[in-house]
Design a protein around this ligand. Sequence first.
Ligand SMILES: NC(=O)c1ccc[n+]([C@@H]2O[C@H](COP(=O)([O-])OP(=O)(O)OC[C@H]3O[C@@H](n4cnc5c(N)ncnc54)[C@H](O)[C@@H]3O)[C@@H](O)[C@H]2O)c1
Length: 419
Amino acid sequence: MASHDVKNLSLAADGKKRIEWADDHMPVLQLIRKRFAKEKPLKGVRMAACLHVTTETANLARTLKAGGADLTLCASNPLSTQDDVAASLVKDYDIAVYAINGEDKKTYYKHIHQALDIKPQITMDDGADLVSTLHSERKELLSGVMAGTEETTTGVVRLRAMAKDGALAFPIIAVNDSKTKHFFDNRYGTGQSTVDGIIRATNHLFAGSTVVVAGYGWCGRGFAVRSAGMGAHVIVTEVDPVKGIEAAMDGFRVMPMAKAVPIGDLFVTLTGDISVLRPEHFAKMRDGAIICNSGHFNVEIDLEGLKKMSKAVRTVRPFVEEYTLKSGKKVHVLGEGRLINLAAAEGHPAVVMDMSFANQALGAEYLLKLKKPLAKTVHVIPEKIDNMIAQMKLESMGIRIDRLTAEQKKYLASWEMGT
Ligand SMILES: NC(=O)c1ccc[n+]([C@@H]2O[C@H](COP(=O)([O-])OP(=O)(O)OC[C@H]3O[C@@H](n4cnc5c(N)ncnc54)[C@H](O)[C@@H]3O)[C@@H](O)[C@H]2O)c1
């Protein structure tokens, strides 16, 4: 059996059924897996992946293994691991996994180190904790790493900062920046699963409630639209003037957080930024306000600040902590400020992760096929691969679209023809 540190191997049977359920909704990844099994493009390549250990990730792991990779998986968040999936990956699919739901920070980083112990040639990250650990604490392994991939916006931001400082030791493919990733995963995936996580944690009624959405990027937009669709009054806060106009023209009220706090019932941060909700805001919130985060790291809500201004904290239901402020007012925090869609729900639906993980699998293959190594910076997947994934997805949905005629191709490439 593959080496592992998971909660309980006896959960494997449930995990396997759920992995298969997700697989039925990931037709593009299935096609890639079938081809990988024949062609073995990743044969013998040591890969360390730091991803949310969910049913969808399990199917990516199966695909990489089918392609011949020697794969180790660890969690990219202490609260997102599905323990039954981790067990099944070890027991049924012989994949090394280091991930336990609820692991403390020390165990989280111990697991990242264990994943790195295989001396990876390719890294696969979601948030860049693996790459950052490699560059700070496992420098001796850097020379053996060919390249890596990064799944999410926050990771891409961190890696671009590393590249800018000349600190990045190998090239990275920003999977997040593929159109077939962020247009769909960040928008529709986060949009729906954030609603799902909030409802599972609280049973909150969106209809008629005032929902404050911090950040109108891909994730924020998705969540704002879904909340409005469920009857919520949506307020958007932003720091980017263009996004502010966009939110206003999409029909949402836009205002600074300081103005939104006294009127909001539910606050959701989706910015990738730090201290978006902080003591000056908590102090003005309504009694019973609910706050949560769906951005990558648990830094968007200043929980330390909230703790300091509170006289009591208690868990009132799973994933809900009630902070009683010194003023007597209560504020409810969901999922310890970690991404609520993965903490309290199952993360994105498999249908959407199908495209994200097709990008991961094909991104790894692309890196290995390159004749000339890429520069040590952050790259995007070639548009040809991105469009191919879109085409495969469309076909799997039974949708056909038009093709350009010869006349249209000529017209679109010319400058001479006017009216
Ligand atoms: N929950 C999930 O499963 C999931 C999925 C994908 C991405 N993410 C994460 O969600 C976060 C957002 O991702 P995205 O793709 O939407 O990024 P994005 O860059 O498209 O959008 C972020 C938006 O937040 C705004 N912003 C920044 N600081 C702000 C502040 N202080 N107040 C208000 N707005 C602010 C920015 O102007 C930007 O418009 C990232 O951390 C990303 O990694 C989470």
